[in-house]
Write a protein that binds this ligand. Sequence first.
Ligand SMILES: [Zn+2]
Length: 189
Amino acid sequence: MRTQEQQEKNLHIARSYAGYDVTQAIRTSGYGEADRETMTRIINARYEKDALRLYEEADTAVREYLQDIIEETYYGKTQGKSEVRHCPKCGNAYTEEPALSREDGKTAICPDCGTKEAIAAFENSIIPKKWEAEKTLDRNTVLEILKRIHEAGGADATDAWSQGWDAAIDEAIRIVEDATGISVAEAID
Ligand SMILES: [Zn+2]
């Protein structure tokens, strides 16, 4: 069972990359003339939205025929002998190389879900680090460090060298704030 999203994706691929081949495959297929005509019109519609509208108006059976033809011609052609796999996470069919799920390190999932898992893993890897730092660092020590760095800064000097010094102090403060989640404002009020 193909999801609507997968059907539309197939249709888009067929129109952009394999329009000619799919049209030929429709022509030589064994389906009835009216069905072949409908399928050809969908593939060769001038605009994507027209193609989608024609597709939605078509018979369920005709849509299925067309999806079969698209998958046979496009996926069969570009992916060689690779089979159509079904992703256990999102349920979509896919033919690209599968990704390994980070959840158990052994389940093959579709590349889209693989990317989503990678992004989630990255986000989770930075958020707990900040929290760990807040938990394990002695808060008063951090406040003392921030206060001392702050005091090492100039008193709004105007010459270029002093301005550079102040900028470096500000950067140092920002680094400590970033790493610990503790603000310099708490140290100097
Ligand atoms: Zn998936």
